[in-house]
Design a protein around this ligand. Structure first.
Ligand code: ZN
Length: 303
């Protein structure tokens, strides 16, 4: 609606819904970057700005969700071109003291804390027997919320014990995939990082694990696969590697395209679709120690 609205001087109007800058209140760029990504995650925004959700939230003690929704209201329903996420910052600082001082923090850690806090808050709505805006097509359980529905994926591990031949299956849910960066490369792609993450690993020496069939410590090969690709995939690049006992920063330039297909990494029983469309990136400008990207699966599927 506001796409082609221009003022008399020809500049685009700044108050396009959702396009809203966040004031930096001193070393808060990591926080603002994470908030911008979350506030541009459309299925999350639509769910939380739904009138029913807001009415339910107003009735319960869900401080994190209430503060986050107030920020969304300013960014999506307000008329300012920027706002200061003061309330979000002090709320996060009161729950997680490490984000209370004005120093740079890890954006990925903050994202995980914030998603977790939102998830815990939104679960309270379920317990009161009301589930606002239930999303069709998603299997919601008492423990699931819009956060877990969107961001939670499942990995499977197939451990093959080489000597006795026993095979063991394990699963693990994840919200963020922390990807290694190939060492010694100046340039690589996000696919290279994913390939390295899903590469078969061998447990030998001190890393041997106990076989549940024969009860002995055995050498094993572990195959990691994506069992359930999440609707929103968050990737984090591990910029630090080990060289002997010291930590080295891996400064390789990691390229990523707008589309990402994770089909090569799916397990044979994988459910869900595998193509993603990039919609958000957090990158540290001066210290490119950590970068992460969120990829929206829905756009790639014509949603
Ligand atoms: Zn065995």
């Amino acid at each position: 609606m506001a796409n082609d609205a221009q003022n008399s001087s020809g500049w685009m109007l700044q108050n396009k819904p959702g396009v809203c800058g966040l004031d930096n209140s001193g070393n808060s760029c990591y926080l603002n970057a994470v908030l911008q990504c979350l506030c541009s995650t459309m299925p999350l925004v639509e769910h939380l700005l739904n009138q029913d959700t807001r009415q339910e939230l107003a009735k319960c003690k869900c401080r994190v969700a209430q503060v986050f929704v107030r920020l969304l209201e300013k960014m999506w329903l307000g008329s300012s071109s920027s706002c200061a996420p003061v309330e979000a910052r002090s709320m996060l600082g009161s729950i997680y003291p490490q984000f209370d001082n004005h120093t740079q923090q890890d954006a990925q850690e903050l994202l995980l804390h914030l998603l977790n806090a939102l998830h815990e808050d939104l679960k309270k709505l379920h317990f009161s027997g009301q589930q606002p805006g239930e999303r069709p097509g998603l299997s919601s359980t008492a423990e699931s919320t819009i956060v877990s529905d969107l961001f939670e994926g499942q990995l499977s591990y197939l451990t093959h014990f080489l000597r006795c031949g026993h095979q063991a299956h394990n699963g693990q849910t994840f919200t963020v995939l922390s990807l290694p960066i190939p060492k010694g490369n100046k340039k690589c792609s996000i696919q290279d990082c994913l390939s390295l993450f899903f590469e078969e690993t061998f447990l030998t020496g001190a890393e041997q694990s106990v076989c549940s069939a024969c009860g002995r410590r055995r050498e094993a090969a572990v195959q990691t696969r994506l069992d359930k690709p999440p609707e929103i995939l968050v990737l984090h690049l591990k910029r630090f590697g080990c060289k002997g006992k010291s930590q080295v920063k891996l400064s390789a330039n990691v390229s990523f395209s707008m589309e990402l297909d994770v089909a090569p990494f799916l397990s044979s029983s994988a459910r869900g679709v595998s193509s993603y469309h990039l919609y958000a990136v957090v990158q540290r400008k001066y210290d490119t120690a950590r970068a992460q990207q969120g990829i929206n699966q829905e756009a790639a599927n014509g949603y």
